[in-house]
Every structure is written in structure tokens, then in C-alpha cells.
Design a protein around this ligand. Structure first.
Ligand SMILES: NC(=O)c1ccc[n+]([C@@H]2O[C@H](COP(=O)([O-])OP(=O)(O)OC[C@H]3O[C@@H](n4cnc5c(N)ncnc54)[C@H](O)[C@@H]3O)[C@@H](O)[C@H]2O)c1
Length: 352
């Protein structure tokens, strides 16, 4: 195989960003699209003026298409397991959007099937491909950088888009749905899996059985009264080597905070400090007291997904495991799942 023929299942917001990346990859071709919404299909087709993909409304039909080697699954979380298992059954490699599943059990079932069939399973942990996080990794590899001792993420954001995201059962919970990215950063930076997870959280503002006007800048607005996810949380993770990681989440800023609502960072055992807002990186103690690290943002906004999509295509062509394989996706979901469990148990410490 010299070119990977890709079908996209679920042509919503995330699929459109992937499509913009995939068309830039010479060894990839988008040969099929599937969505239950015609509007979504029409919108993504506009991004692919050079392509003539087959179009399906039923994913099972796309999976029968011999002109598809691999699928990007960009469906709501509750469909990841069902569609993933069916795709493997039909011999298709999978790039599964995050979270890979709603819980560890779903992730393990996908990993097991990928191994049984000898197919690529990549999880959508796109931050690992983003220039600013690559720069953090490079700093941690510098002589004398030390090991992460404390790591943190503060994510104070506007409301989630999409009604399905407010359902605990459809998503696995806000800490699985949103924070799996950040739990993966912690696992990656520390280089170990957690020993235990503790969390507190709940519904302060977006409450079940109370009308709430969702405002997700710049475009989405709708009413809900059945939110079952938490709207804020504080998560504390212990690693066996002694490192600690903390995450604060809040989902109810009423303006577009974008990068201003977000901060991630770490302090190392040799006293260095790295802090990012997701776009810029400041390094403390790396040769001087403080400096702004120059980040090569290359081709801009699409770059994280371009890197992720490239990894998927190359893993298929070279027959190797991707950098963010199923296990990486699973471990990030596991932390979120245990944090949700800890909240349900009043902040109990849950072993990993
Ligand atoms: N990596 C990231 O940073 C990131 C960011 C946003 C979303 N995501 C993930 O991507 C996935 C999709 O999220 P989104 O924001 O694109 O959501 P979305 O609601 O915009 O898109 C989902 C699409 O799936 C379609 N769909 C639903 N049921 C279907 C079915 N049975 N068959 C075919 N199509 C169906 C919907 O019509 C919709 O177009 C989610 O798992 C989400 O968590 C990842």
C-alpha cells in the first residue's frame, strides 16, 4: 500500500479540522464520508473540492466499502465502542477521536480487538503532536532539567458545545470527555502511570432539572435542563515516583476565554519551571531566570491535527504502533474515570 484510503465516520466539528489536515498529506486520500446529517455531509464536502468521496448515512455501509483502508471515528463518545469494534471486524485501521471510550472497559475492548486483528488503533491525543507540548518534552530532555515534581492544568472555559456533551452516560463524564487530554499530558510528562486519583466536584451552575442557557462562543447557543455532568472539579493525582499532578476544571465562563482561561505547567526536581497557555511557553531556570520559548507554529492552527493524522497514515504504511496508541488513550480515560468515581465517593482516594 502506498496510499491510505480513509473514511470519515461522523462529519461534525472535529472531522472538519481533520479533513483540513488529511488533504495536506500526500499518502492519504479521503475516499468516503458518513454522517446521519446531510447538512454536516454537505459542509465537509465543501472542504474537499478535489475529492469525490462516497457518501453514506449508515456507518455499516461505509465499512463494507473496499475503497476504505482506515477510518477516522469522530462520533459522539457513546458510539466509539460500537463503531470501533465493527470497523475492526471489517479490517479497517482506526484513528479514534478522544476519549477513546467512555471508560476503561470500552478502551480495553478496542485495544484487544485491534491486537487480535493486527490493525492500527490510534487515540486522538492531539496535544502530544502540538508544537508547544513538544517544546516542553524537549526541555524535559535537556541535561539537568530534572524530573517533573509538580504538574498542573487549570482549565476555566466557556460552556461545552453540543447537547450530547452534557450527558454523563453519553460521554463518560466531563473529566473523561474533556480532561483526558490533560491527564495524558501528566502521564507523558511524568513518564509513569498514576498510583492513585482523588477528586471533588459537582454542579454549581449548570444543574440537572434547572433551565440553563448554553453559550459556547463564538456561535453555539441552546437551552438545556438535563445536564448530568459536573461543571467544576478539582483532581489530584499521585504518581509512584513521588510526582503530583493537579487539575482544576470549570465549564461556565460566560465569555470566550480561549487561551486566557487555560494554563498548564510543571516544576522539576532541579527547580526548573515550564508554563504554557497552550500557545506560548515560558521557561524558568533553563539557562536564565525566565525566557519566552520560541515555538515553531509552522502551518498554524491545523498543525496538531496534521501531525496526528500523519502519524496515523505512517503507522499504517509502516505497520507500526502509533505514538499515541490505544494504551495511551486508555490510560488517559482511566484517570478521568477514577476521578469521576472519586467525586461520586465524596473525594475518596482511588487506586489506579
Ligand atoms: N481531539 C480534540 O481535541 C477534540 C475536540 C472536540 C471533539 N473531540 C471529540 O470528537 C468527537 C466528535 O466531536 P465533535 O465536536 O466533532 O461533535 P459533533 O457533534 O460536532 O460531531 C459528531 C457528528 O457525528 C454525527 N453522528 C451522530 N450519530 C451518528 C451516527 N450514528 N452515524 C453517523 N454519524 C453520526 C453527527 O451528526 C455529527 O455530525 C467526540 O468524541 C469528541 O469528544 C475531540
Amino acid at each position: 500500500m502506498s496510499r491510505v484510503k480513509i473514511g470519515i465516520i461522523g462529519c461534525g466539528d472535529m472531522a472538519k479540522v481533520h479533513a483540513a489536515g488529511l488533504v495536506q498529506i500526500e499518502e492519504a486520500e479521503i475516499t468516503a464520508l458518513c454522517d446521519t446529517s446531510n447538512d454536516r455531509l454537505e459542509a465537509i464536502k465543501k472542504l474537499l473540492p478535489q475529492a469525490t468521496p462516497a457518501v453514506y448515512s449508515d456507518y455499516r455501509e461505509l465499512l463494507l466499502d473496499k475503497n476504505v483502508d482506515a477510518v477516522l471515528v469522530a462520533l459522539p463518545n457513546f458510539l466509539h465502542l460500537e463503531v470501533g469494534l465493527a470497523a475492526f471486524e471489517h479490517g479497517k485501521h482506526i484513528l479514534m477521536e478522544k476519549p477513546m471510550g467512555r471508560n476503561t472497559e470500552e478502551c480495553d475492548a478496542l485495544i484487544c480487538m485491534a491486537e487480535e486483528k493486527g490493525l492500527v488503533l490510534q487515540s486522538g491525543m492531539l496535544l502530544r503532536y502540538a508544537p508547544v507540548y513538544k517544546a516542553i518534552e524537549e526541555h524535559l530532555a535537556m541535561p539537568g532539567a530534572g524530573e517533573p515534581s509538580i504538574a498542573w492544568v487549570n482549565e476555566f472555559r466557556a460552556n461545552f458545545p453540543h447537547k450530547w456533551r452534557y450527558s454523563q452516560s453519553l460521554t463518560g463524564g466531563a473529566l473523561v470527555e474533556k480532561c483526558c487530554h490533560h491527564f495524558d499530558l501528566f502521564n507523558w510528562w511524568v513518564g509513569e502511570l498514576p498510583e492513585s486519583v482523588m477528586a471533588t466536584g459537582g454542579q454549581n451552575v449548570i444543574k440537572n432539572r434547572q433551565p440553563y442557557h448554553v453559550y459556547c462562543p463564538p456561535t453555539e447557543e441552546f437551552e438545556i435542563d438535563d445536564a448530568t455532568i459536573i461543571d467544576h472539579a478539582a483532581v489530584s493525582i499521585n504518581y509512584p515516583g513521588g510526582a503530583k499532578a493537579n487539575l482544576l476544571l470549570s465549564l461556565h465562563l460566560d465569555f470566550d476565554a480561549s487561551a486566557d482561561g487555560y494554563e498548564a505547567g510543571l516544576v522539576t526536581t532541579t527547580g526548573k519551571r515550564l508554563v504554557t497557555n497552550g500557545q506560548h511557553l515560558t521557561a524558568y531556570g533553563f539557562g536564565d531566570a525566565k525566557h519566552a520559548v520560541e515555538i515553531d507554529t509552522g502551518q498554524g492552527k491545523d498543525l496538531p491535527l496534521l501531525g496526528e493524522d500523519r502519524e496515523f497514515v505512517q503507522s499504517i504504511l509502516l505497520g507500526r504502533k502509533p505514538f499515541t496508541d490505544g494504551k495511551v488513550g486508555r490510560d488517559s480515560v482511566r484517570v478521568g474515570e477514577l476521578a469521576e468515581l472519586s467525586i461520586a465517593k465524596g473525594g475518596e482516594k482511588i487506586p489506579f
